[in-house]
Write a protein that binds this ligand. Structure first.
Ligand SMILES: Cc1ncc(COP(=O)(O)O)c(C=O)c1O
Length: 432
């Protein structure tokens, strides 16, 4: 059987193998039924019904490396970003948000200054980061408002204060869910004569960090308002557990969260505490929050900038494309069913568990059978088609930790490798 006979493989160009892959799904390029918009929140909040386009994940074929000039000279493994796909993803993100000012995208996915600058050129003025280094990257790339959504403790407290002194023109907010580091931060800020904005980290059910809405949460928020050195900046409402494949199920979950969060906010405001911003969601749920009309809401997707095989597979309502792929080469054909690639877990994240770490558009039946530091071994019916030295693209299952494994990404534009961008914030410390 030729690879072109497999479902989802389309012959689109005349590279050495004469085919390109569109993803191994029968509905490739066709329509996936559109889910309705966000529905109506039960607490009377006006929720817009939003037109979202169908999943583009497999809609545009990933070319073969032989169709991208310059890849033949690139040592593999390497991370390649397709500029056109990235730009379309950014536009889709803005379209879903409705107004670009509502976006506070998370930079942990790409960690590159170039994408921060692209976002700023689109009018995005707020950013989210998980490390002090990411926040610094945002600041040096021209961002003037960054939320460090990772509760600072220990040495990260003086680093936050040092950041405020080093970048006085940048508004830095951090999250908090506990009295003690909050007090330490307030004292350190006071000593340095700076003020740090603090958002209350709300636990919406993921139970990773945060504090559930209620009396303790209200007490902590009041504390933020009372302590000199810190200022209340709103609520951080991340819901990484809301990964329901059906959009209507996510809408329902978000409506339930929003009922609680909005009445908590109303109580804080009634008590005289300002709640200027409520930062909501990641890629799967920001379209749901985007449908809620509330001036305080900002939206913090991260992954959709590059998107990845996991989200592409799971969330068929999302209109994003895989923009970052791994260039890998066959290094061995150890058996007649096996192909070994130079794609160990030093090049692609070991998340999720072994067996599901990449998707090869050109080998839809690939089964990952062994993953070591520098080797990925797959089994496929088509093994005999591959020889050592053959180059392929693979879509990472989880792109965010994958990009952190690469010093640079190579940018493909108009069918050729055009430039490389440093993945600046893969380092945990820049200067601060
Ligand atoms: C706190 C926080 N906000 C936003 C995001 C972005 O979510 P996603 O990667 O689903 O876009 C993440 C992802 O891990 C996160 O941890």
């Amino acid at each position: 059987m030729s690879l072109c006979d497999w479902p989802g493989i389309r012959r689109v160009a005349t590279g050495p193998r004469g085919f390109a892959a569109a993803g191994g799904r029968e509905e490739t390029g066709g329509a996936v039924e559109q889910k309705p918009g966000c529905g109506t929140a039960a607490n009377g909040v006006s929720v817009r019904s939003r037109e979202t386009s169908v999943s583009n994940f497999y809609a545009t074929p990933i070319p073969l490396p032989s169709e991208v000039r310059g890849t033949e000279e690139l040592a593999s493994p390497a991370l390649i970003v397709f500029a056109d796909r990235l730009e379309r993803n950014l536009r889709q993100m803005a379209a879903i948000a409705g107004e670009v000012q509502r976006l506070r995208p998370h930079c942990k996915t790409h960690k590159t200054a170039e994408i921060i600058r692209m976002l700023e050129r689109m009018g995005v003025r707020r950013h989210k980061a998980a490390t002090v280094a990411e926040a610094e990257m945002v600041a040096t790339a021209g961002g003037r408002d960054v939320l460090l959504a990772y509760n600072p403790v220990g040495p990260n407290i003086p680093r936050v204060v040092a950041f405020r002194r080093r970048f006085p023109e940048v508004r830095l907010a951090v999250t908090a869910d506990h009295q003690q580091p909050l007090r330490e931060l307030a004292e350190a800020a006071q000593r340095a004569r700076v003020e740090v904005d603090v958002m209350l980290d709300v636990d919406t059910g993921q139970h990773r960090t945060g504090i559930a809405v209620g009396e303790d949460a209200a007490r902590l928020y009041r504390r933020i308002a009372e302590l000199p050195g810190v200022r209340p900046a709103g609520l951080h409402v991340y819901d990484g557990h809301n990964h329901q494949p059906e959009r209507s199920d996510r809408d329902e979950a978000v409506s339930a969260i929003w009922r609680q969060v909005s009445s908590f906010r109303d109580a804080l405001v009634a008590a005289g505490l300002p709640v200027p911003e409520i930062v909501c969601g990641g890629t799967p749920t920001f379209p749901c929050y985007a449908g809620i009309r509330d001036a305080a809401i900002t939206l913090s997707p991260g992954t959709c900038v590059y998107h990845d095989a996991n989200y592409g597979r799971h969330f068929r309502d999302l209109p994003f494309e895989p923009a970052a792929v791994l260039l890998t080469r066959v290094i061995s054909r150890p058996t007649d069913r096996r192909v070994t690639f130079d794609l160990g877990y030093k090049a692609v994240a070991s998340d999720p568990p072994a067996g599901r770490r990449v998707f090869f558009p050109a080998i839809p039946d690939a089964r990952e059978v062994l993953h070591n530091e520098e080797h990925l071994v797959i089994e496929t019916e088509a093994a005999e088609r591959f020889s050592p030295g053959d180059a392929l693209f693979a879509i990472p299952t989880h792109v965010c930790p994958t990009s952190a494994l690469h010093r640079h990404v190579y940018v493909a534009r108009d069918g050729a490798i055009a430039e490389q961008w440093p993945v600046v914030a893969r380092d945990r410390k820049l200067t601060v």
